[in-house]
Write a protein that binds this ligand. Structure first.
Ligand code: SF4
Length: 61
């Protein structure tokens, strides 16, 4: 699974709280994926973060 954050992110921080293994708020105040490939044990959390992002800025595939 891969995860990306698009330009719609408003920097709310939810994804970092839900799945800190994959998402972090960067110096620009928006989230980014910190890994290319989502670790297998973080896939459920990454999907949950994508489902719950208030602006649907997270894409997982
Ligand atoms: S949950 Fe969505 S809007 Fe909030 S920081 Fe993460 S990607 Fe950005």
């Amino acid at each position: 699974m891969k995860a990306t954050v698009n330009e719609d992110c408003i920097g709310c921080g939810m994804c970092e709280g839900t799945c800190p293994d994959v998402f972090a708020i960067n110096d620009d105040g928006v989230a980014e994926a910190t890994v290319e490939e989502v670790p297998a044990d973080a896939e459920d959390a990454a999907q949950e973060a994508a489902d719950n992002c208030p602006v649907s800025a997270i894409e997982v595939e």
